[in-house]
Design a protein around this ligand. Structure first.
Ligand code: ADP
Length: 536
């Protein structure tokens, strides 16, 4: 067979050739939705590639983006990688220290930034004095006196450049994207995706049993392009000849509802916190989304109630996905298999609602107990979840030693069960585990049960030091607007549904639950805020 390299820029070349007139929609920073075909995008990418080559950076230089989900960010995905460099997608929601750390460790040569992230760009300018070029993603944008030297605007940067396809000897083993994961302790860690891993992952993710992407689909990634390549959607959409709708940064319910409607979106992705606001807005405004078929949600556990509400109120299928920055991110996906299809309707619904999903080809999973013995996959025994595969991390960027076991298994830091049908269920993250009197309490189960109460909006369960039981859970919750529910009522509701010793002694009503840079509940902050709660 022909020994063809698997490379990211070939995806857009394919789309420009085969689906050239198909238009990408991009909600730009000025609030205007612009349309640009794959052919036009490829022409601009070739100009960008040529202009980057003219900078004469060494091969595999790290070129960073501080940008939202826009057409210009998409151009960087393809132009930077075609030029033989690595696109470091910096998370602008990281704090100043994390931004400076990841930029410094990556050793940046150039930085592209949205005008909205000028402050973050200034932090990087201070941390990385060797950066050769600063390009603001806009047309004639003013950024003088902001602490960033010699900023050029993007349109000027690519204007009149000599178009290029980049070096012909680009290897599939070369790095394509670098993404830092925040973790909840220590410095951020960089995961470097190769051209090869991106291609294999995107091909696998597109398959019918996974994201099931058809050329007729209209795809809306609300997962950020600075976080695990937005679930690879900037690659899978052009690869499948699907239309791509880029929502910019306004990920609120009303904006996303409008965008889904006007762009006739058929498939969408994102974290549950974002899609919950879309559901709330749809219910409040009495709107439906007849074109929308499925929303893929992951990043944190999807409350079963949310899945049911999407089906009942919007007639949209919610499909849960589990993954990590370290796994590109697709790990498991809650789609039906031959075996689960033959279960009774209730059993099947129960499985697809409560479990994170089945294991796709390309991913291997296993469970280990505390001393490293492999556990049976019986749906009951829970243990440390290990993963292995061609799109799973081997070692962190800037580190010399692999973080996997000798035979290639990566410890996810999650605790899970796997059942006999091959469906995996996360019970906790190791660092969020609540261990009370030597027994585990699943924080995810506590949270999912609490939000089943019609008046509870969001809930977070944390483990706190306790003088008698080592740790006890505490539930922090918010109420739905116009609802009224006391802590006693919430606890009473939990008591009717869970083992009594799982139910926290207290629940605390708060205005807002803090979220991390990736839209997940910030349990670190909550644990710090309530550290002494049971000590008194
Ligand atoms: P960060 O911690 O920076 O947000 P990641 O996005 O890589 O980094 O987080 C991955 C983690 O998110 C997983 O290890 C898991 O704990 C959690 N997670 C992702 N998807 C799900 C899901 N569907 N259910 C439960 N937890 C999830």
């Amino acid at each position: 067979m022909q020994d063809v390299e698997l490379r990211v820029p070939d995806i857009l070349r394919y789309a420009a050739r085969q689906h050239g007139d198909l238009k990408i929609s991009s909600l730009d920073e000025d609030g205007v939705t612009r349309h640009q075909s794959y052919l036009e995008t490829q022409a601009r990418v070739r100009q960008l590639t040529g202009r980057l080559e003219a900078l004469h950076l060494p091969a595999q230089s790290r070129v960073a983006s501080l940008a939202l989900n826009t057409r210009r960010h998409l151009e960087l995905y393809y132009g930077v990688t075609a030029a033989g460099h690595i696109l470091h997608t910096i998370n602008p929601r990281f704090d100043a220290e994390q931004i400076a750390f990841s930029a410094r460790q990556a050793g940046l040569s150039a930085l592209f930034f949205d005008p909205a992230f000028t402050a973050q760009a200034a932090i990087i300018a201070e941390a990385c004095p060797d950066i050769r070029a600063y390009i603001v993603l806009g047309d004639g944008v003013e950024t003088r006196d902001q602490g960033i030297p010699n900023v050029i605007d993007y349109e000027g940067f690519i204007y009149e450049a000599v178009s290029s396809d980049g070096p012909a000897n680009l290897s599939e083993r070369d790095g394509a994207f670098l993404c830092y994961t925040s973790g909840t302790t220590g410095d951020p860690k960089g995961v470097l995706y190769s051209h090869r891993s991106c291609l294999i992952h995107a091909l696998a993710a597109s398959a019918p049993g996974n994201f099931n992407i058809a050329p007729t689909d209209v795809i809306l990634p609300c997962a950020s392009m600075y976080h695990a390549t937005a679930w690879a959607l900037p690659l899978t959409a052009p690869m499948n000849g699907a239309r791509l709708v880029l929502p910019g940064g306004k990920l609120d319910g009303a904006t996303l509802l409008d965008l889904c409607e006007t762009e006739e979106v058929t498939l969408a992705w994102g974290v549950p916190t974002i899609w919950k606001t879309v559901l709330d807005a749809a219910i409040e405004q009495g709107r439906k989304l007849p074109k929308l078929k499925r929303v893929y949600m992951g990043g944190s556990a999807v409350p079963p109630d949310l899945k049911r509400a999407f089906a009942d109120k919007l007639d949209v299928e919610l499909v849960q996905v589990w993954g990590m920055t370290e796994t590109s991110p697709l790990g498991v996906i809650a789609t039906v298999t031959g075996a689960s299809d033959s279960l009774s309707e209730d059993e099947r619904a129960d499985l697809l609602t409560n479990k994170q999903g089945r294991i796709p080809f390309g991913v291997e999973l296993k469970l280990l107990d505390d001393v490293g013995n492999e556990l049976a996959q019986d749906g009951k025994k829970s243990g440390r979840l290990m993963i292995r595969g061609p799109w799973v991390v081997n070692q962190y960027f800037g580190h010399d030693t692999p973080i996997t076991t000798e035979d290639g298994w990566f410890d996810t830091g999650d605790v899970a069960t796997i059942d006999s049908l091959g469906y995996m269920q996360i019970t906790d993250r190791t660092k969020d585990i609540i261990k009370s009197g030597g027994e585990w309490i699943s924080s995810i189960t506590l949270e999912n049960t609490a939000v089943e109460h019609p008046d509870v909006d969001m809930a977070a369960a944390i483990g706190l030091t306790h003088p008698k039981w080592d740790e006890r859970p505490l539930l922090v919750y918010t109420m739905k607007s116009h609802a009224e529910i006391s802590a006693e009522e919430v606890l009473g509701f939990l008591k009717q549904r869970l083992p009594s010793w799982w139910v926290p002694e207290s629940a605390i009503l708060v205005e807002d639950i803090p979220l991390t840079a990736t839209g997940k509940v910030d349990k670190k902050q909550l644990r710090a805020a309530y550290a002494d709660f049971y000590k008194k």
